[in-house]
Design a protein around this ligand. Structure first.
Ligand code: UDP
Ligand code: MG
Length: 315
C-alpha cells in the first residue's frame, strides 16, 4: 500500500490544529489504497502549537512532527516537511482549513489514475479578502507573469499533492530565498489544476500583513525575473540619448541666439529627476546583490529543535 505524507506547516495554529486533524482524518481514512502519515512542521510557534501536535502524536502513530528553533517562515517549513516526508506521494496543506480536505480524493485520483505528477488547487475568487489586497495581488500576478519565464499561477494555493519524484526535484532547488509558487512551476512536470472557491480561515489569524505580502511579492520578482535589471539599463540608455539631444539643442540655440542658456530652475528639476532615477536603479541592483549575498552565505534553510512522533519516542 502506498504511503501519502501530508505536510502541514504550522505557525501559532493552536486554535486551528485540532479542527484540521478532525477534518482530514475521515477523508484520509476513505482514500483508496493509501496509508496516510501527517507531518506537522512547527515553525517556531510561540503558543501551544507544539504541545497540541505532540498530543495528536501520542494518540495517533501516523502523526510525526518537526519543530524549528525559531520562526523560519512558511517556505522553510515546506522545505523541511518535504525533506522529512517518507511517502511515495506528498501533499502539502495549510493548517487553517483554507485548503478543503474534501479535495484530497480528487487530487489523489489525478496523480494516480490520470497520469499527472502533481495536482494543485487554485482559488477562482478572493471572496472575504479586503478589496485592496485582492487588487494588489491581481496586479502582482499580471506583472510577474510578464517579467518572468516561469509561470506563476494567479490564485494558486500551496495545497498540492505530488509524486516523490517531483518532491525530490523541488528539494534539489536549494536556494535560500525560496518562492515556492515559482519553484513548483519551475521544476516542470505535469500539473493538474483543481479549482475551488476561497474559504475563510477556520480559526486564528492570518500571518501575512499587507506589508509582509508586498515584501514577499518583491522577493518573488527578484527570485524569478531579472527583468528589473534590464529595465534599469534601458532607462539609463534612454536618458543618455535624451540628454545628448538636449545638449546639441542648447549648443545650437546658443550659437544662433547668444545668451539663451539660462534657466537654472528647470536644470534643478532635471538633476533631481535623474538623481531619483539613478537611486531607483541602484536600489534594484541592490536587491539582487542582497539576495546574492544571502545565497553565498549558504546558511541552512531551517534549524530543527526537536522532532518526533510516528509511534517512536522523541528523537
Ligand atoms: N505559516 C508558517 N510560518 C509562517 C507563517 C505561516 O508555517 O511564518 C503557516 C501557517 O501556520 C499556515 C500556512 O502557513 O498553516 C498559511 O498561513 P496563513 O493562513 O497565515 O496565510 P494565508 O492563508 O492568510 O495566506
Ligand atoms: Mg490561511
Amino acid at each position: 500500500m502506498a504511503l501519502l505524507s501530508i505536510v502541514v506547516p504550522c505557525y501559532n495554529e493552536e486554535a486551528a490544529l485540532g479542527r484540521f486533524y478532525e477534518a482530514v482524518r475521515p477523508v484520509a481514512a476513505g482514500l483508496p489504497d493509501v496509508r496516510v502519515e501527517y507531518l506537522f512542521v512547527d515553525d517556531g510557534s510561540t503558543d501551544g502549537t507544539l504541545a497540541a501536535v505532540k498530543k495528536l502524536g501520542s494518540a495517533d502513530p501516523a502523526v510525526r512532527w518537526l519543530s524549528f528553533s525559531r520562526n523560519f517562515g512558511k517556505e522553510a517549513a515546506l522545505y523541511a516537511g518535504l525533506e522529512h516526508a517518507k511517502g511515495d506521494l506528498v501533499a502539502v496543506m495549510d493548517a487553517d482549513l483554507q485548503d478543503p480536505p474534501a479535495l484530497l480524493p480528487e487530487l489523489l485520483r489525478a496523480v494516480r489514475e490520470e497520469g499527472y505528477d502533481c495536482a494543485a488547487v487554485r482559488r477562482v475568487d478572493r471572496k472575504g479578502e479586503p478589496p485592496i489586497r485582492s487588487f494588489c495581488a491581481r496586479q502582482f500576478y499580471k506583472l510577474i507573469n510578464k517579467m518572468s519565464d516561469t509561470e506563476i499561477v494567479d490564485g494558486a494555493r500551496d495545497f498540492r499533492l505530488m509524486t516523490r519524484k517531483m518532491a525530490e526535484a523541488v528539494l534539489a532547488v536549494k536556494e535560500y530565498n525560496r518562492f515556492s509558487k515559482g519553484i513548483f512551476s519551475w521544476v516542470g512536470f505535469r500539473t493538474k489544476w483543481v479549482e475551488t472557491e476561497n474559504i475563510p480561515r477556520s480559526a486564528g489569524e492570518t500571518k501575512w500583513s499587507f506589508f509582509k505580502l508586498v515584501l514577499y511579492a518583491l522577493d518573488g520578482i527578484v527570485a524569478f525575473s531579472t527583468a528589473p535589471l534590464a529595465i534599469a539599463s534601458v532607462l539609463g540608455l534612454v536618458l543618455c540619448v535624451v540628454a545628448g539631444l538636449a545638449i546639441v539643442f542648447i549648443i545650437v540655440r546658443e550659437l544662433i541666439w547668444q545668451g539663451s542658456a539660462y534657466g537654472w530652475p528647470s536644470l534643478v528639476c532635471i538633476i533631481l529627476l535623474i538623481a531619483g532615477i539613478q537611486l531607483f536603479c541602484m536600489g534594484i541592483l541592490g536587491q539582487y546583490l542582497a539576495k546574492t549575498y544571502l545565497e553565498t552565505k549558504k546558511r541552512p534553510i531551517y534549524i530543527l529543535r526537536e522532532q518526533g512522533g510516528g509511534g517512536h519516542d522523541e528523537e
